[in-house]
Structures are given as structure tokens and as C-alpha cells.
Design a protein around this ligand. Sequence first.
Ligand SMILES: [Zn+2]
Length: 169
Amino acid sequence: MLTLTSVQRDNIVATCIRALPNEGCGLLLGTLEGMVSEVLPSPNVAESAKLYEIDSRVLLRAYRRSEEMGLSVIGVFHSHTHSEGLSEPDRRGPAPDPTWHYVLVSLRDVPSVIRSFHVTEGVVDEEQISIQPLGPKIGPPEGPRVTAWHPASNVDLVSQESTKPEEMR
Ligand SMILES: [Zn+2]
């Protein structure tokens, strides 16, 4: 199972919409249990509506960052503009990692559909995606939070939470 927050899901979908008419893509950092802690959008180096290729600089940044944070690069997302399943190149092409989560955003339908798969030697297994309503709860090890809490700051958080991201307006 892949666990995403609603903010991460919106980030993934928005990245794919921005890449139109080409496929959009990016990497997922998180825990080996499949809890995503960070979404790293990437330019589609293939600049294609049928293929995607992650920018090698984003790949490097993802591995550096996962090391810093004690996390792993756990998967990749990309979009299809006219179909809903993984394509032949997605199944075969370049050495799919059986531990990775392959997230696919289909922009064919409105609203868009987001699905996740495991690919083992060309065989595709769909997995469940669990969407959490709140922000990520995981991160680097840290002590107790020292930020003072008062009602006004809580109100701010709530109102920010309900504000739609810029590109959705
Ligand atoms: Zn594809």
C-alpha cells in the first residue's frame, strides 16, 4: 500500500497538469512501508506525450535528500494523457525496481485518476493508495517541538489547510 497525504496527491496531479501536453513525472521519498514523506517533481527530459524521463539532477537530489533525512527513494510518478494503465514501455523499460511504487496519474478523465503499481519482471500488480487528510507526520528524527501553541496559530493553520493551491484556482 502507498500512503499519501492529500497535499502530496494534489502536488503530484498539479505537476502532471503543468507538464501538459507532455507527460509529467517526479520521484517519491518515504519509508520502506510506503509512506510518502516528500514529492519531488521533475522536468520530463523526454519532452514527450508518450514517454517520461526523470531529470538526472532530480534523481541525484532525491538520493542525497533521502540520505539526509534517513528515508528512501520509494517510487516514481508519471502521467498518461490518454490512457489509464501502465504502457508496455512502463512495464519493460529501463529495469523496473520491484520494490518501487509506480504511480500513474491518468488525465484522460476529469477528475484525474491516480493509481499505484508494483512491477516485477514485466508483471504489473496494482496496490491500494491510502490518502491521509493531513500533512506528513514523518521526517528526520527530532526532539519535542518547542513551537509555542496558541489558538490564533491554530486558526491560521486551519485556514491555510482549506486554501486551494495556486494552480487549482
Ligand atoms: Zn507511461
